[in-house]
Design a protein around this ligand. Sequence first.
Ligand code: C5P
Length: 246
Amino acid sequence: MMSVAPTDPQSRLVLAIDFATPSLASSFIERIGAPPIIYKIGLELIYAGGLPLAAELIAAGRDVFLDAKLLDIGHTVERACASVAAMGAALVTVHASDPKTLAAAVRGRDGSKLKILGVTVLTNLGADDLIQQGHALSPEDLAVQRARLARDAGLDGVVASGWEAGRIKRELGRDFLAVIPGIRPQGAGKGDQMRVMTPTEAIHVGADYLVIGRPITQSADPAMALQGVVQEMTAAFEKPPRRPTD
Ligand code: C5P
């Protein structure tokens, strides 16, 4: 299972710019030369005045992924997606639990280029947590079920752990996007991520986009770390995985 090779693998790299302030984030972006990757702005930066930075990046022609993890009544999520679409963001996340809310999100982006990704099961939740919350399904089965709701509502894809991505692509179709966080190049520290994959492994299980943060943002030479990831992505997209019989 592998995604269609993009003409420009760099455009499939999502950099999580998880900094405490917009000025730290923008100095970092300047330091790496503002390459044409996708810049992911999450809750920390959104609530620390990060939206003007998002607008600046968009005005400079960069793709912005607003990791807003929306969840509310349909009407509110519809209007929120309309606002995000009007900003010119490329990607936004919505929790994939209620089909009515998901359909409303899709209505909200109508006529724009905004892609909507579903958040299925947060990766910090284990089987016991789900039982406590009243779910009978395993994290993987619930993630696939929610991914199906997202696809049926017209979302473009989901954020999924690499461990579920293969199943999601097989069961929901190769055009349904799998966006995979928890990426760690060989030899990088795991940080607080539990189940990690290298860029090569993630692409070979079907990732369309890779989300990576600290291995680049905390590197002593972030531009070189980024270049290393892009090189690995290019090779992985070009070369299919080896099968045991190869
Ligand atoms: O620094 P690191 O590479 O772990 O960053 C991963 C990014 O992906 C963070 O912004 C994190 O919030 C996000 N993310 C994740 N796991 C998910 C969903 C999003 O790590 N299941």
